[in-house]
Design a protein around this ligand. Sequence first.
Ligand code: A2H
Length: 262
Amino acid sequence: EGVGPQEYAALKLKVKEWSPQLAELVKDKVEEDAKVYFVPATLRPETMYGQTSCFVGPKINYGLFKLKEKEYVVVTKRAAWNMAFQGHFFDSEHFPKTQDELPLVFEAPGSAFVGTLVNAPLSFHTEGIRILPMDGVSAAKGTGVVTSVPSDSPDDYATLMDLAKKPEYYGIQKEWAELEIFPLIETPTYGNLTAPTLVKQLKINSPKDVTQLAKAKELAYLEGFYKGTMVVGEFKGEPVSSVKDKIRKSLYDSGDAFPFAD
Ligand code: A2H
């Protein structure tokens, strides 16, 4: 893990309530009983218990694409095109020949989706989590949607701290960025809140401290994978390295996620 081609787990976060900006448009374009999913791509399925929000790039364009009858996804066009090749939209007879043939319902910048409430599989925050803005999201990677796990991802933790500091600036409610952070994984070096510990130790003050964040990310990943033990969930007490694949598989089996290659 860590180098070479990666299999992402693409999670299905079902919309419960739309942002005021998009509520009318969605009402016009999507059946009332349809399911719409935000689809973040993750390399750490074992941390999904700790999701507290889901990030989009505020300036990135996202499409709402029709997956099948009464089922839609929100991802970048680039990701939808990848999904088409991975068999998610059409049978071979109706395969889109160009990106323009993808079943796009509408497009909007990430900023328009901010505030939308979604249900995140496995998350302890069963009341739902909010779509929030993150400048560091790359349009050229994964699905352009990133689920936030501040206990174990330094990027996610630094972003949430920044959002909570300046909620008016970001156009969000402060409490959306301040959901409780539960310990998920115990490690010998960083305790049970690896990302907050590393962010403090490396004196990271903002998501713009990219050099320090890259270092924290590497340390968190290695320590979590090779030395971490689950302290929650179905595989509590077992090493992360042996449960990662099992949790990923169980998310696939339940239909809450699917494999996604970039
Ligand atoms: B990971 P790699 Cl707990 N832009 O998921 C920016 N970041 C993106 C992205 C995009 N378009 N698509 C995915 N990612 C993030 C969990 C997690 C992740 C934890 C700890 C570390 C971590 C919760 N966020 O990633 O560049 C996603 O965040 C650090 C390796 O393809 C995804 O996994 O290697 C990871 O980056 C994919 O990174």
